[in-house]
Design a protein around this ligand. Sequence first.
Ligand SMILES: [Ca+2]
Length: 474
Amino acid sequence: MNCIGSGVSCLVAALAIGSVAGGTSSAAMPEQPLNVVFFLVDDLGWTDLGCYGSDFYRTPHIDQLAAEGTRFTQNYAACNACSPTRGALMTGMYPARTRLTDWIPGWSKQYGGFPLLPPKWTQHLEQHHTSLAEALRDTGYTTVHLGKWHLGGVGNLPEDHGFDINVGGSIRGLPKSYHFPYGGEAMKWGSHLPESQREGRYLTDRLADEAVAVIDRTKDQPFFLYFSFYAVHAPIQGRPDLVEQTKRRPRGERHKNPEYAAMVEAVDEAVGRVRAQLELSGVADRTLIVFTSDNGGVHRGTSNNAPLRGEKGQHWEGGTRVPAIVLWPGVTLPGAVCHEQVITMDYYPTILDIVGAPGNAEHNANIDGVSLVPILKDPATSLGREALYWHYPHYNPFVGVPYGAVRADNYKLIEYYEDGRLELYDLTDDLGEERNLVELRPEVTARLKQLLHDHRDHMEAQMPTPNSDFKVTQ
Ligand SMILES: [Ca+2]
């Protein structure tokens, strides 16, 4: 057994496991479903953890999770921005299919200055989907949403999409401040804490407090805890004592911002506190844990995704390749590293597969993700999937442009919707996407372009249209 908490928590967990494994009543006990804890960090970049090569941020608890579970080197977010990836997680479907293709509410005021106009896209998670929370609740799970939602407002909040409990989730995509009271009367706050413990806490710590309380309260029944951090999204505000610590350390070559480092490290503390509580509550060995991010990291003084090219909002790897770690007690191999290409939509069918939840057959028939169970059992095996796709018919303030992309084997093809221009990269020996192979590999280019177009047709993807008000100026 891996103990991450105090000696007391390890002892309590050992006693709990012993009572099941060695007790006389164990044979008569019904098999308990696995709990699910899903950590989603906002804007965490591919290199932002110790176990993914950060040269400045310290993340011992998340590194420990990777040491016990499977770490993915080619995990992708479904989109380069927040809401579409969150919609993909809740549905198992490509953003092109849900038509939730940009962050809510998007950047519509700026479109007058660009040659394309965005399609009329869906700015909330639609009710006809069977959300991951609904699929699990229908199987008897207590479903808990904690933190950032960003999939719609009144009528489309977490409680409207299958969550029994919602703490802190609203239409908002970011807090006004990480310091209490978070500047956010618009943020919706339920709470599991006594009144006296709700005030004054740094936001990430407050969410961890709530997580600990809710695990303690729901430990006797199967639960799904969707712990969706507001961190490490802007505003870049670390907890002061952590900032003091990070300021005293030498900066890295890649990562240099002590305020951002402190934000990452508060997330790491929260992961450690949740795992300690799982041990203390005696449920660690029957709790599936997933840890990932909704889009790539942010540059410009915040962080740095090198050796990947680009950042959040963009179409290169830095926009979508993000960390992912899965711990399935008794199944994932300690310290396993998996190089298979996986994507946000895969977690929906994976979780249903692992816990034995049937979900909704009609919804499942349109799921784009695949179960990762085979590669969680054997990280060297293949899912046999032909390709992964992205569709982003929008502009954004990160100098992001309307594009489609396809990843197949070692190749990635990008198509720019403004002019049909193509870029082809071999990510095996050009991870930084510097050498465009369109001219050198015409047959690969043609094959991937056909895949991409067929995919868009299959999705009935909404395309941008020419902007008649756009004037080319010299
Ligand atoms: Ca985000």
